[in-house]
Design a protein around this ligand. Structure first.
Ligand code: GLU
Length: 420
């Protein structure tokens, strides 16, 4: 539990960014609260004939810059507060990348590992039935998040099409390629972070052979491991929900991916000089680049002092608490902040939405090239802003995003406009 609410904690970043800009009061009033959060109890028929219900939410935090955008997660610990906080982060993430979107997020409070495949399909379709008036290609566009994937997006798109009576692929992104998904969406979150690291490697002091620790081995964790390994980085420790493993001489990426496919990376322990570790010890493994790619609050005030890496790449949303942020900054550890570092996912979601609306599909090379240039453009701008103002990259990313959000909010007229 959070002593200060999770959303209030996230909003401290907004207040901090606002101090660097000369903003109309309207801007903060607009961004301080989630605009609309809908809560539904989903009911599905289980395989054994019983009925079961699950709490579900969808938050549209702010839509000043366009329809709201953000994933849907299936997780047993999801709460309304978490959904609203994640939707707040999406608002800033889309503004960081200059995507024509506001921010949203959804969740179902469920442990997906306890459901059969048929139950998963019924739950996914039930979500869309419940929220069919909230979502829409010009209103609110979901996508995958923790424990949801392209197949689930395909079921959801199909359910939406049958409700509205016409194929509407742009209502949701991260779909299977065969159902209107974009090439390059699957690894886009990791790839965006990878392009950012490549771009800033010199400034960050990351050299060939740099050692990497990855926390979480889902979509983002697996793809960043593959991309970094193929670029000469050495993956020395990895964790998943079952535990963590460590090999100072480096883990074999193919073996990691195969072990994960069978269940867990921990099955590799005991051979090739690979040992097991506790989840918390993973954070303090000696390395150059630490990649949190799991859930929120993983680096906190009690373990931040143990971080050995010189750079943290936040592929998860909110993995570093504000208290930990200060500890890392005081130790000169550079954090590449989530709203920039993991924005590759939503950026290629945007490409998918554009392709769906045009009915014209791009080769993967075009997806990669456009993603790379957008990550570099916004990464360079945020790096320069941080240097110029002497602030952290996180603060700079918030300032960068807030100035775009403020531009849109103030374009409707400010207090000064209406009173003079
Ligand atoms: N769930 C991802 C995120 O947190 C992707 C969102 C999207 O593609 O809309 O950024």
């Amino acid at each position: 539990m959070h002593a200060v609410s999770m959303l209030d904690q996230a909003l401290t970043r907004l207040d901090e960014a606002a101090r660097h800009l000369n903003l109309d009061a309207d801007v903060l009033e607009k961004l301080k609260y989630p605009r609309e959060t809908t809560k539904v109890r989903l009911m599905i028929r289980m395989d054994d004939g019983s009925r079961k219900s699950f709490m579900a939410w969808r938050c549209r935090y702010d839509d000043t810059r366009g329809p709201t955008k953000g994933g849907i997660r299936f997780h047993p610990d999801s709460t309304i507060e978490e959904v609203e906080t994640l939707a707040f982060w999406m608002t800033f993430k889309c503004a960081v990348m200059n995507l024509p979107y506001g921010g949203g997020k959804g969740a179902v409070q469920v442990d997906p590992h306890t459901l059969s495949k048929a139950e998963m399909e019924r739950l996914s379709r039930a979500y869309v039935q419940a929220f069919s008036k909230i979502i829409g290609p010009d209103r609110d566009i979901p996508a995958p998040d923790v424990y949801t994937n392209s197949m689930i997006m395909g079921w959801m798109a199909d359910e939406y099409a049958s409700i509205v009576g016409e194929a509407t692929p742009a209502v949701i992104t991260g779909k299977p390629i065969a159902l209107g998904g974009s090439l390059g969406r699957e690894d886009a979150t990791a790839r965006g972070g990878f392009y950012l690291v490549q771009r800033l490697a010199k400034e960050l002091g990351l050299e060939a052979g740099a050692r990497v620790v990855i926390q979480g081995f889902g979509n983002a964790g697996q793809h960043i491991a593959r991309l970094l390994a193929s670029d000469g980085y050495k993956i020395v420790a990895v964790s998943d929900s079952k535990g963590a493993i460590h090999s100072p001489t480096g883990l074999d990426i193919e073996k990691l991916l195969a072990a994960k496919k069978q269940g867990s990376v921990t099955s590799l322990a005991g051979s090739d000089g690979i040992s097991t570790l506790s989840a918390d010890d993973l954070i303090s493994v000696d390395c150059d680049l630490l990649v949190p790619a799991a859930l929120e609050d993983m680096i906190h005030k009690d373990n931040a002092a143990g971080v050995k890496a010189s750079v943290v790449l936040e592929l998860a949303n909110g993995p570093v608490t504000p208290e930990a942020d200060e500890i890392l900054a005081s130790r000169n550890i550079v954090v590449l902040p989530d709203i920039l570092a993991n924005a590759g996912g939503v950026t290629v979601s945007y490409f998918e939405w554009v392709q769906n609306r045009q009915g014209y599909y791009w080769p993967v090379e075009d997806v990669h090239a456009r993603l790379k240039s957008m990550m570099e453009r916004e990464g360079d701008a945020i790096w320069a802003l941080a240097q110029e103002k002497g602030i952290s990259l996180r603060s700079a990313a918030y300032v960068h995003a807030l100035s775009r959000l403020a531009g849109a909010i103030e374009a409707h007229g400010t207090q000064q406009f209406f009173t003079t």
